[in-house]
Design a protein around this ligand. Structure first.
Ligand code: ZN
Length: 234
């Protein structure tokens, strides 16, 4: 996990990804900030298949409930929530945000919070995750002093070849990815894992849609990669 004594700025595509993918690391770094990109509430009272599966009658209700679940979960981890207003792909339709637009918003958050360690998703499978990954890379490369750690997106990281494909993409773009080695303190890890379990249980509506065995990977060990430019001339 990332250094426990450092204040982390964790970037989450949706309202659950950061806790599902790195909740124990957030618990280990008190006062960290979790910034969720696709937390916007759509104007239209539309209804999607996923929202219906989560038990909602429209998108307004869904996003308001998800924001409240996220705030409760992060409160349990001693972290602070920042919700950006970009629309989830299920609401944005044909006009998704661009990596540049998201990177600009992330740079504002980086400056406002004065964080020195950006924790970004590898951005696997889902178009929203990929967008956030690309935006994080852009924002990171603007500031040469900012450290960047990538987390493996829970659930999607189990899909065939996805982590491998991203690592190959990073390599092709001149970015070195090295696994972050965990400090072996079993008591500490167990304590943070328990905190994560309690926090993850706050996302009641999402868990309902995943089904009872649909999110086992959330409680498997978290994995992180330190990203560095291949040439230290930035
Ligand atoms: Zn997600």
């Amino acid at each position: 996990m990332p250094h426990a004594d450092e204040l982390l700025l964790v970037i989450s595509p949706h309202l659950d990804d950061a806790v599902f993918s790195c909740g124990a690391a957030v618990a280990a770094a008190p006062d960290s900030i979790v910034c969720t990109v696709f937390a916007g509430v759509p104007h239209d009272a539309l209804i999607t298949g996923w929202d219906a599966q989560c038990g909602f009658t429209n998108a307004h209700q869904a996003m308001r409930a998800r924001r409240a679940e996220d705030a409760a979960a992060l409160d349990m981890l001693g972290a602070r929530a920042i919700h950006l207003g970009f629309l989830d792909s299920q609401y944005a339709g044909d006009s998704p945000a661009t990596p540049d637009e998201i990177a600009t918003a992330l740079l504002d958050v980086i400056r406002a919070t004065a964080c020195r360690a950006l924790v970004a998703p590898l951005g696997l499978f889902h178009s929203d995750h990929d967008l956030v990954h690309r935006a994080c890379r852009k924002a990171w490369l603007v500031d040469p002093m900012l450290a960047c750690i990538a987390y493996e997106d829970a659930l999607y990281r189990r899909m065939d070849g996805l982590v491998q494909t991203r690592l190959a993409d990073l390599c092709a773009c001149g970015i070195i990815a090295t696994p972050v080695s965990e400090r072996i303190d079993m008591a500490m890890l167990a304590r943070h894992h328990e905190a994560k379990q309690r926090a993850a249980s706050c996302y009641i509506s999402q868990l309902k849609a995943f089904g009872p065995n649909g999110y086992d990977d959330v409680f498997a060990p978290e994995r992180f990669w330190t990203l560095q430019p291949a040439h230290h001339d930035r």
